[in-house]
Design a protein around this ligand. Structure first.
Ligand code: ATP
Ligand code: 9VF
Ligand code: MG
Length: 452
């Protein structure tokens, strides 16, 4: 008789025997063409080949196991039934077929066929109770944080009674080949990343000293983060990035600067006029749109145009500012985003001195409560700059004009100006390790992980 493949053994038994001989209850099972993803009642998730002759298939076929997984709480009756090799003719777990592509979004899939047992999650809410606890990589581009596997509600499974813990004698079954020493569960890199993403902005964790299992720690942090977000909903309901933009707007309006909003989608020719043509390395950072347009990587072109138009309209000195999205292709770590928010304020005409610029920067950062120091630097577009630093992070580049390029924009008066990244201001203010916490994002809300 042909041996049955794993999926039919699973659907018949509703159980799984892990490499160390633990008998698990199966919460759900999904099958692609070749593989199975099995979620145990204890929350563990594994991926294995749907083979006929694997160790797992043999164990299930021969009903060999060492002891039931405590955390799965497999009902005693079911364990006995399995040991006695009697099986009612019924489907215990429905194996759901899913496209192969779904299997590839899980990082652990190549690494494990089985993972050492993990404790069940601490139950906090019905949602969590139903959900598996295994962490896996999301496919969310640009957001390499971890999120849970699909909520159990979206999966097919036969619920197991969990009201009591069956007492099963240790010696109930001796047929498993060789006992395996319990493995000390260490955090995998994926699990560490998941835990780090779940920490509150000020929180720390020492993985080497941590006594809790991944599932316990994850569950505790998730509860805390849910509480944080509910509190925000209760109390302020304001988005930190949005709020910072509003606060800064009020500050500069009060200082006598006119708020402007110029287009985000701009002609690439503007960038050529800024000295960042196709022949320049910097232009590789620009997101091109169609043949002639691009997403603005800076606010200066729009501000140049406004300064020129308002020169014969507004009194001297002309003071304007803009806050809005900018886009740059970046490859770099903790302080760079590809989509960020820039503030650029500038003044044209009289009093355009280094001292005035330093004064404005000082007033602004004192107002925000951010410490800084100013260091000289230079850049391709403007030449000499005064860079405003918070520790090792550049908050702003500030420039005292005029510069030769002004002519190409129809400007012929002195100017001063500074460009600040709002997400960097938030990163400094809230001590975020990574600027992603401050970004336009679906993974964090006000610095709090949203994958809960
Ligand atoms: P860096 O050298 O750190 O890449 P930059 O000198 O290229 O920055 P500027 O062109 O001077 O940046 O832009 C003004 C400000 O805009 C920066 O000081 C920073 O606060 C912010 N900024 C620039 N690029 C980014 C980015 N990719 N993500 C977040 N903020 C940015
Ligand atoms: C200062 C940095 C040339 C007078 C119209 C405005 C400035 C530095 C801004 C910014 C940038 N420049 N990230 O320009 O204030 O443009 O690269 Si104006
Ligand atoms: Mg700079």
């Amino acid at each position: 008789m042909e041996k049955k493949p794993l999926d039919s053994l699973i659907s018949k038994n509703g159980l799984w025997v892990s490499r160390n001989g633990h008998l698990h209850g199966i919460r759900s099972c999904e099958a692609s063409q070749k593989n199975l993803r099995i979620t145990m009642d204890c929350g563990e998730v594994i991926k294995v080949r749907n083979s006929r002759s694997s160790r797992a298939a043999r164990s299930l076929r021969n009903h060999k196991f060492r002891k039931p997984c405590k955390r799965c709480r497999v009902p005693e009756e079911k364990v006995k039934e399995f040991s006695a090799k009697v099986s009612k003719n019924e489907v215990k777990v429905t194996v759901r077929t899913v496209p192969s592509s779904q299997f590839n979004s899980y990082r652990n899939d190549t690494r494990t066929s089985e993972i050492p047992d993990m404790p069940a999650p601490v139950k906090n809410s019905p949602q969590q109770q139903a959900g598996p606890t295994k962490a896996s990589l999301t496919t969310d581009p640009g957001n390499p944080v971890l999120e849970q596997t699909k909520p159990a509600a979206a999966q097919t499974f036969v619920p197991q009674p969990r009201t009591h813990r069956p007492k099963v004698k240790k010696a109930a079954n001796h047929s498993f080949q060789k006992p395996v020493k319990p493995v000390k569960a260490e955090f995998t890199q994926s699990q560490k990343n998941r835990i780090l993403s779940l920490l509150g902005p000020g929180e720390m964790v020492s993985f080497s000293k941590e006594k809790r299992s991944f599932a316990e720690l994850e569950s505790a942090l998730m509860s805390q983060r849910k509480k944080d977000i509910r509190e925000m909903y209760e109390n302020s309901r304001e988005n930190l990035l949005g709020k910072l933009e509003r606060t800064i707007t009020e500050f500069f309006v009060d200082m006598g600067f006119l708020e402007v909003k110029s287009p985000i989608l701009i002609p690439f020719e503007y960038m050529e006029r800024m000295g960042v043509g196709e022949d320049k390395k910097l232009s590789e950072q620009i997101f091109r749109v169609g043949d002639n347009m691009c997403l603005r990587p800076m606010l200066a072109p729009g501000l140049y145009n406004h300064l020129r138009k308002f020169d014969n309209v507004l009194p001297d000195p002309v003071r304007i500012f803009e806050i809005g999205p900018c886009y740059r292709k970046e490859s770099d770590g903790n302080s760079h985003l590809e989509e960020f928010t820039m503030l650029n304020f500038c003044q044209m005409g009289s009093r355009c001195t280094k001292e005035e610029l330093e004064f404005l920067i000082g007033e602004f950062l004192d107002f925000l409560g951010i410490e800084y120091e100013i260091v000289p630097d230079s850049c391709m577009v403007y030449g000499a700059t005064m860079d405003v630093m918070y520790k090792n992070m550049e908050l702003s580049s500030a420039v005292v004009g005029p510069i030769p390029m002004d002519m190409d924009w129809g400007i012929d008066k002195p100017w001063i100006g500074a460009g600040f990244g709002l997400e960097r201001l938030l990163k400094a203010k809230h001590n975020y390790k990574n600027i992603k916490r401050a970004a336009r994002s679906e993974s964090y809300y006000n610095g709090i992980c949203t994958t809960l």
